[in-house]
Design a protein around this ligand. Structure first.
Ligand SMILES: *Cc1c(COP(=O)(O)O)cnc(C)c1O
Length: 453
């Protein structure tokens, strides 16, 4: 299997090179040259299913036995025997809990595996990399946890000082591994992201330190997430719709890929908070950029969903030049639209969309608690609200629960009066010492910090 860039001019690469590259050199995202089918045998444990789903994507770069060892290790860190258990919410509506990994958000499903894939490839090649990333909360802690034991990876995560929650910050700053460093930047999340982009654009710096990225555009993250959609279809029978609390479109894109591979999913419901650029797009076929509003579901506070580019490439008949030109116009004018026939072929049969504002989020957390005694986090609540709006009789609705309620205790307490407790493995989070570094919003200072060992 080879991979091509959505912008058509970067070199075609194999799996291992795509994983290490993250972004393609033409600014595009890598996608496989074709969509393989699901494995014939989908029995076995979650880790066995994962290795079988990945096999056609690896192109011999990682043997199936090695991949099975990596998936077993990665999913052994999850604190539920089913890895991603399904629980009942109300008749015909279930939740898939994706938050039983070490840092309590669904990002662990991909990043526990990605850290191990990185380590394996780098050990084979006898190379080292420095991962630099910016986080508004969940990605940083999941990325750090995924690589904290990797001898060939240094990781430096920038976060906006005072703008991530205490739980999120402590999940990053209390990890006591020599290869992990965190930096509180005097600025916003966008400032952190701009610093990371500037380091990647500084070619001599990038090469000298062998910079690498694990943000949600990395193909291996999207691939890893395909598995729980397949898992959902093997555990539930009859037609199913799956609702996905969405930010960068990474998670729901994985659902679309599962469907391309043959998983019997009917609709994928894109659930947005007030930052509803995707919901507006699915309603009107026009993508219009507006500002970002902070909400109670901060991991979905996104202006432009980077992974949407992979679907756009497909809608453009896999024409990279056309996709690249369309995205350039989008950057210049803040507007993107697709043709009616593209909408009818690619969007209408599969995607639905709905939104929930902060008021809906709180009232959904409250009603779920009153009806079931279950606490759900605000991101999951956006999904549940959208799912309830679009549920149909005779079709099983599955909403993906993307974070543990204790990761966002303030919103949950505001809605229910109950403060969710951290699970046992994190019970000492607030007594562990924190290690972090304060830096100004200044590229020279941040590069000097990354350069020092
Ligand atoms: C990252 C995140 C999301 C959004 O996922 P995308 O793949 O960016 O669409 C939703 N919920 C939680 C809790 C997250 O951490």
């Amino acid at each position: 299997m080879q991979y091509v860039s959505t912008r058509g001019s970067a070199p075609v690469l194999g799996f291992a090179d795509v994983v290490l590259a993250g972004l393609a050199t033409d600014g595009g995202l890598y996608v496989p040259q074709s969509w393989p089918s699901l494995p014939v045998d989908t029995t076995g444990t979650y880790a066995e299913l994962a290795a079988a789903v990945f096999a056609p994507y690896l192109g011999g770069d990682i043997s199936n036995d090695t991949m099975l060892r990596l998936t077993r290790d990665a999913y052994a860190t999850f604190r539920h025997p089913d890895v991603v258990p399904i629980v009942d919410l109300q008749p015909g509506h279930k939740l898939m809990e994706l938050f039983h990994g070490p840092t309590l958000a669904f990002k662990d499903v991909a990043l526990q595996l990605l850290g191990r894939i990185f380590d394996h490839i780098l050990t084979e090649r006898n190379e080292k990399v420095t991962i630099v990333g910016a986080t508004s909360g969940d990605t940083g802690s999941a990325a750090i946890d995924g690589v904290k034991d990797c001898a060939n990876v240094e990781i430096v995560i920038l976060y906006p000082k005072g703008r991530v929650s205490d739980v999120q910050r402590r999940q990053m700053t209390t990890i006591d591994s020599p290869n992990v460093r965190t930096v509180a930047i005097d600025g916003t999340f966008d400032d952190c992201q701009d610093l990371v982009k500037a380091m990647f654009n500084d070619a001599p710096f990038r090469e000298k330190h062998n910079l690498s990225a694990v943000n949600s555009i990395n193909w291996a993250r999207v691939m890893a997430q395909v598995v729980y959609y397949v898992e959902a279809t093997r555990r539930l029978s009859g037609p199913i719709d799956i609702t996905v609390p969405t930010g960068n479109f990474g998670n729901v894109l994985s659902g679309w890929i599962a469907k391309q591979m043959g998983a019997p999913i009917r609709h994928l419901i894109v659930a947005s908070n007030e930052n509803d650029i995707l919901t507006r797009f699915f309603e009107s076929q026009n993508m219009n950029v507006t500002g970002v509003h902070p909400t109670l579901s901060p991991s979905m506070d996104i202006q432009v969903s980077s992974n949407f580019e992979r679907l756009l490439f497909e809608m453009n008949g896999r024409d990279g030049g056309m996709t690249s030109a369309q995205l350039q116009r989008f950057r210049d004018r803040g507007m993107l639209n697709i043709e009616q026939d593209q909408y009818e072929q690619w969007i209408a049969p599969t995607f639905r969309a709905a939104r929930a504002n902060d008021h809906d989020t709180l009232s959904t957390i409250r009603s779920v608690y009153e009806e079931t005694g279950m606490l759900i986090d605000p991101h999951t609540a956006v999904g549940v609200k959208a799912a309830r709006d679009l549920a149909e009789d005779g079709v099983t609705m599955l909403t993906l629960a993307t974070a543990h309620p204790a990761k966002f205790p303030d919103a949950v307490e505001r809605a229910t009066g109950v403060r969710p407790e951290l699970p046992e493995h994190l019970a000492d989070l607030f007594s562990k010492p924190e290690r972090t570094n304060d830096l100004p919003n200044d590229l020279v200072a941040v590069e000097a910090f990354v350069a020092q060992r």
